[in-house]
Design a protein around this ligand. Structure first.
Ligand SMILES: [Zn+2]
Length: 409
């Protein structure tokens, strides 16, 4: 499994200047390479990608006397190759207009990271809080000792607050989390009013301190929208928002870490709704975005922790989970969002709506494991051994992509 680890990097003033220069060079090189690729594509209908673009990248680096490393400049060519491949794939899928996503030039501040692809040539961890980076020097890193696997790449990222972060990607992460002793299963409903509701009836609310932080975030966002473009006040507001965002993200992550660790330590099978990323990404309202981030962060943590513990995460189709009776399967077609209780007209079951949904999620999840009749209360789950092959089916799909904290604002 590939995973990324993100740490704060403490740079000196001189190093900040060096890195800013490298970032600007990387952005300029990106735009030059993109221009050449677009030109080749438009004029000769040929693609200038892969190793050819790599060669051009190295040549331009030499000609312009850039200070970024040869490996970093090749990685930039790789970013463009990837962007074009995705573009061609969308073109083949018949997408047109905005959803086609033509590779775009990077404006100032839209290019925020440099990658050092070769360990230990471009960078090296000297000890647990010192990182040596090619052409930058030695920096202190807030390294939390939890890194494991084989170190592959380093990406340095500057956030809008002006702080630098080091994202280290590792391969071959081994399971190190302790697996639960009992084979217990649980279904989880993620809601708007409460954070999660489980099939066992536990309700976890969004904690008060997070609610407050998120309210401040929304207020700061509103303030920003009132500021004049390119004004000094707008810049200050951007900084304020970035700081509030960073703070909220960290608090939320910590809270969710405690929650997901607890779930993984108790349950071997966890069923939850499949996240509709495409539908969510279209929404631009900040309050909605916060919910989405919370959701995807929760799922991300559960998945990688499940891999570490060798547990199963089942992501099920969310349709009808709140409309169906979890006991007999009767469907309440007239149900609205305002109905807090689920009342079954067939078998007489009366249950909190979210608990009913969580039980349905568990039931559906276990059914996908090939078991028809199962007690949705989660007290019978010896299916584990038989289904090891299908283990973490959904999670495995993420294998090629690092599941780390790559979120940026
Ligand atoms: Zn019923």
């Amino acid at each position: 499994m590939i995973r990324s680890f993100k740490y704060r990097l403490y740079v000196t003033k001189e190093q900040d200047i060096v890195l800013d220069k490298q970032l600007e060079e990387a952005r300029a090189l990106y735009n030059l390479l993109l221009e050449a690729s677009i030109k080749a594509y438009k004029e000769d209908n040929k693609s200038l990608l892969g190793y050819k673009l790599n060669e051009l990248s190295l040549r331009l680096r030499k000609e312009k006397g850039l200070s970024i490393s040869a490996q970093s400049s090749q990685e930039i060519a790789g970013r463009i190759t990837k962007a074009f491949k995705n573009f061609f794939r969308r073109l083949n899928e018949g997408k047109r207009g905005n959803s086609l996503g033509y590779p775009r030039f990077k404006a100032n501040r839209r290019y925020e990271s440099i990658t050092f692809p070769q360990y230990p040539h471009c960078f090296k961890l000297l000890d647990e809080d010192t990182l040596s980076i090619w052409n930058v020097g030695i920096s202190r890193i807030k390294y939390l000792k939890d890194i494991n696997g084989k170190i592959k790449t380093l990406t340095l990222k500057k956030e809008p607050t002006g702080n630098w972060y080091a994202v280290i990607i590792c391969d071959g992460i081994t399971g190190k989390r302790k697996a639960p002793t009992e084979d217990k299963a649980i279904g989880i409903d993620v809601g708007l009013t409460s954070l999660i509701t489980t099939s066992e009836g536990t309700v976890v609310n969004n904690p008060h301190f997070l609610k407050k932080a998120e309210t401040i975030l929304i207020r700061r966002d509103k303030q920003l929208s009132k500021k004049m473009k390119r004004s000094k006040n707008r810049y200050k507001a951007i900084l304020k928002l970035a700081k509030a965002y960073r703070k909220t993200t960290r608090r939320r992550e910590t809270f969710l870490h405690n929650l997901t660790s607890k779930l993984i330590s108790e349950y071997k099978i966890i069923a939850l709704e499949k996240l509709n990323v495409v539908g969510l990404a279209k929404n631009h309202r900040l309050s909605k975005q916060i919910l989405d981030v919370r959701w995807s962060e929760f799922v991300r943590q559960l998945i990688y922790k499940a891999e570490e513990a060798g547990s199963i995460i089942l992501q099920v189709d969310p349709r009808n989970t709140s409309k169906k009776c979890s006991k007999c399967g009767w469907k309440d077609e007239d149900q609205t969002l305002a109905d807090r209780m689920f009342k079954c007209e067939n078998c007489g079951l009366e249950l909190d709506r979210d608990i009913n949904a969580a039980r349905n999620i568990l039931k559906t999840g276990l059914n996908t494991l090939g078991r028809r009749e199962i007690n949705a209360c989660g007290d019978e789950t010896s299916v584990l051994e038989k289904t090891k092959a299908r283990l973490v089916v959904e999670a495995r799909k993420n294998e090629k992509r690092p599941v780390g904290r790559f979120r940026s604002y």
